[in-house]
Design a protein around this ligand. Structure first.
Ligand SMILES: [Zn+2]
Length: 854
């Protein structure tokens, strides 16, 4: 699965929906137990669905047949999963009725005899229902009259059982065929080759799809609706893009790189794209970013960017992610969820490979840094081994450890083995395990067999162990011996976290004479110093940009300024901006200001702006104010965002100008809007309220209004946020409005806070899962004890694992918070006061320094 959270750029109040929002110190919650793979029931060879989708009545009906042979002699029954479905006749291949019973979501079918190995049987089950999960019918309703009529399925993790009786666990693979009937004018799309379309006497159409490569159940997919079909091909393989009618140009822009991605990934994996076709369908209200259903991917319409959004956004990462899954996830599938990183870590890593291929090394390394930042954000709340079988719902595992850390581990493997050995190993793994389930040991063995190298230590520390190296250190130069000294110390700790990570690292120097010098070191102790003889003094140094770690390396400002100005490697300059942001002195600020305006790479510019925002002195503000006209939209966005860190009138003046006059980029305008609220300028409220009239794709601007209102702390924001979080308002605004209520609730009188809580409680049961999660998160932030019974009830009965986890986390946090809320609030206010005082002191220092230097 691909996530849609990042494309929203945190604007809609979407925090990490997979992992909860508070520090809780542990991934597993009370009551979570180890879960082991399920025993297989038989060798299922083929699954055939004959179904009718009634998009008007929102109903499915039809039959499913499973063809199987026993794994052991004496098989006298099989069990399928079926939830909320009405079961009709159950018959074997000879047409004989079979006894069956349905209880606890399991359909037990008596075969009427004991089967022996080698024999084959087919059992057909008739069924019907209006599923609440797994199959989703979208259409116009009073609150949202403009929705198009559509239906789509989503099986992962274990939701296929809600729309057809099946063996719903990933450790079984079978070929499939889907015969699906819909009325005119709808089109149906499913896995595999389209072998024909029949027109029936009643005017309906039946589509016949055959998927000849075995796959797990959760990849079974059907979509139906009125779509424009765009045709493409790669190496003779037909490709289709299905988008809403009228959005063809945006669809081509979104999917246009598909053939090149298929070529690149075929080449890397050593297996030519294996299926008869590849289709991608854009649907409404999708509950993930994308889903890699075998040969028939489904993606959210949130990535169908219009022309203005394309100034600073593209959906390549998601398109590449799902294409990569066609190999890693579909052709080879994790045997059980605990090894899910073999799906998601690979897909994440391949997104970056695409970036490297298409946009070059700097973008790739900055992508790596982005994955690290995402993972480290989550690691601040909890750390778990990537392979872990203790969880409540499988979706709990689909977090930043599974995706980002998994992807980073693969990249570290590539660096460790070198390109040749790495790709040789990956191809060996892919080719030898294609069509099978996989566990992490399969990958380890492929590397060992292909290269002779044993990497147990690597997998132990990065995959079966938790955490990452936390390094502190210093740099020194001894002119007498012409030796650089790098002293490093590992300070990480935690359950299942390695005391000492074994860390091979690259160290790169730029010398005073302009030459470069690279060396490899390997850290094998908790504390270690490396002495590196150099022909000349180093101007600056970079300690490995690809190993997952945090590093605080003490260096003089001048080294960092030199690096920011001269390093050819963009990531070296990015790191310099981050370190200079912590220095915050005059030289640092000037260098950062120059970088915002003049650096050749947008990410360095944007990082420099962010660093200036974190310094928060008058001099830093001046540099930002001089940078509001930068050309790159992503940099302007960062400058506006950084201006929100200041309470000075000039910051608000600059932001007001953008809010009133607009910006060619939605995102830049949205960030200016959010930042204006953060300045707490008296003029902000009216300006934000005016911005509520602005339409934008995915509602990024209205969502930013509520982000701003939450930070503005103006009580008038409550009424607006209550109104805009109601059912019927745009989904992307509702979550942001709920988050604003959480922030405002802290600063309004007690009776208004009550009002907010009473408004949010019913939203726990909101039909749109993101709104529900936003409300749950808000109730948690408000420490609303009144919500506890509702959260507990929801945690016990909710159908979406993400909502359930949010509710469990919220209930736990509220119970633990007790009376500490007031103290926290006081502490926060105290902290803000101190930060302001600190800034004033810094400004004075800057002024004194300036006087001294003239
Ligand atoms: Zn995925």
């Amino acid at each position: 699965m691909g996530s849609a959270d990042y494309l929203l750029e945190n604007l809609a109040g979407c925090r990490d929906h997979f992992a909860g929002a508070v520090f809780n110190g542990a991934f597993a919650l009370p009551g979570d137990k180890p879960r082991y793979p399920r025993d297989r029931i038989a060798n299922i060879k083929h699954v055939r669905l004959d179904i009718t989708l009634d998009l008007d009545a929102k109903r499915i009906s039809g039959g499913v047949s499973h063809t199987f042979s026993p794994l052991n002699d004496g098989l006298d029954h099989i069990e399928l999963d079926a939830v909320d479905l009405t079961i009709g006749a159950v018959r074997n291949a000879a047409g004989r009725d079979l006894a069956h019973s349905l209880s606890g979501g399991r359909l037990r079918i008596e075969l009427g005899e004991e089967m022996t190995g080698g024999r084959e049987e087919t059992v057909n089950v008739e069924f019907s229902g209006s599923p609440r999960r797994g199959l989703y019918f979208i259409g116009p309703e009073d609150a949202y009259p403009n929705k198009r009529i559509e239906a789509w399925t989503q099986g992962q993790d274990e939701d296929s059982r809600h729309w057809f009786p099946c063996y719903d666990y990933p450790n079984e693979m079978a070929t499939s065929e889907i015969h699906v009937t819909v009325r005119e004018p709808f089109t149906a799309i499913a896995n595999g080759e389209l072998r024909g379309v029949d027109t029936n006497p009643d005017g309906t159409k039946t589509y016949h799809f055959h998927q000849d490569h075995p796959h797990v159940t959760y990849l079974t997919s059907v979509c139906a609706g009125e779509f424009a079909e765009l045709k493409d091909e790669w190496d003779g393989i037909p490709i289709q893009y299905y988008v809403p009618v009228g959005r063809e140009a945006d669809g081509q822009a979104l999917f246009g790189n598909t053939p090149e991605m298929m070529r690149l990934f075929s080449d890397r994996s050593g297996i030519r794209y294996p299926y008869a076709k590849y289709s991608q369908v854009v649907v409404q209200d999708f509950i993930f970013g994308g889903m890699e259903n075998v040969s028939a991917t489904t993606v959210t319409d949130l990535v169908l960017y219009d022309e203005r959004a394309r100034i600073d956004a593209d959906g390549d990462y998601l398109v590449a992610h799902e294409i990569a899954h066609q190999w890693f996830g579909d052709l080879l599938t994790c045997r059980d969820w605990s090894h899910g990183w073999l799906n998601e870590g690979f897909a994440t890593f391949f997104e970056l490979l695409w970036l490297e291929h298409k946009k070059g090394r700097d973008e790739f390394l900055y992508g790596i840094r982005g994955e690290m930042d995402n993972y480290l954000g989550e690691a601040g709340r909890y750390m778990r081994p990537i392979v872990s079988n203790v969880y409540h719902s499988p979706i709990d595992l689909f977090d930043r450890h599974l995706y980002e850390k998994g992807g980073l581990v693969l990249n570290m493997l590539r660096v460790l083995l070198g390109d040749d050995q790495f790709w040789k190993s990956i191809r060996r793994y892919a080719i030898s395990r294609r069509g099978h389930n996989v566990v992490t040991q399969d990958l380890q063995r492929a590397i060992e067999e292909g290269t002779g190298r044993n990497l147990d230590w690597f997998f132990d520390q990065w995959v079966f162990g938790a955490g990452h190296p936390v390094l502190t250190g210093s740099y020194a130069w001894d002119d007498a011996t012409k030796t650089a000294k790098i002293s490093l110390k590992q300070t990480q700790s935690g359950e299942r976290v390695a005391e000492v990570f074994r860390l091979p690292m690259n160290v790169d120097f730029k010398l005073e004479d302009g030459s470069t010098h690279s060396t490899k070191v390997e850290m094998t102790e908790r504390e270690q110093a490396f002495y590196i003889p150099l022909p000349d003094k180093a101007k600056y140094v970079t300690v490995d940009t690809e190993v997952l770690k945090t590093l605080e390396l003490e260096r003089p400002t001048e080294m960092l300024v030199a690096q920011l100005g001269e390093d050819d490697a963009a990531l070296g300059r990015v790191d310099a901006t981050r370190a200079l942001g912590k220095k915050g002195d005059k030289a640092a600020i000037e260098a950062l200001g120059r970088a915002v305006r003049e650096d050749a790479f947008w990410a360095v510019q944007a990082e420099a702006a962010k660093a200036l925002g974190s310094i928060r002195s008058n001099a830093a503000l001046d540099e930002l104010l001089a940078s509001t006209g930068v050309a790159h939209a992503k940099v302007r966005r960062a400058v506006f965002r950084a201006l929100g860190e200041f309470r000075e009138e000039q910051a608000a003046d600059a932001l007001l100008k953008v809010v009133d006059n607009g910006d060619e980029s939605y995102y830049a305008e949205a960030w200016a809007t959010a930042a204006l609220g953060k300045t707490r300028d008296p003029r902000a409220f009216e300006a934000l309220e005016r911005s509520l009239s602005k339409d934008s794709q995915n509602e990024v601007i209205r969502a930013s209004v509520f982000q701003g209102l939450g930070d503005l702390r103006d009580e008038r924001g409550v009424n607006l946020a209550v109104e805009w979080s109601k059912y019927g308002r745009p989904a992307m605004v509702r979550g942001s409005a709920a988050s604003a209520l959480a922030k405002l609730g802290e600063f309004v009188p007690e009776n208004r806070k009550e009002e907010i809580v009473d408004h949010l409680i019913p939203l726990i049961d909101d039909p749109w899962f993101r709104s529900s999660i936003s409300a749950i998160d808000a109730l948690e932030e408000l420490k609303a004890t009144k919500a506890l019974p509702h959260l507990d009830r929801f945690a016990a009965s909710g159908l979406d694992g993400r909502q359930v986890r949010s509710a469990r986390l919220a209930a736990k946090a509220i119970r633990e918070s007790g009376k500490s809320t007031d103290d926290v609030k006081k502490l926060r206010e105290e902290m803000e006061k101190l930060t302001d005082e600190n800034r004033t002191l810094k400004d004075r220092l800057d002024k004194i320094e300036a006087k001294l230097s003239t």
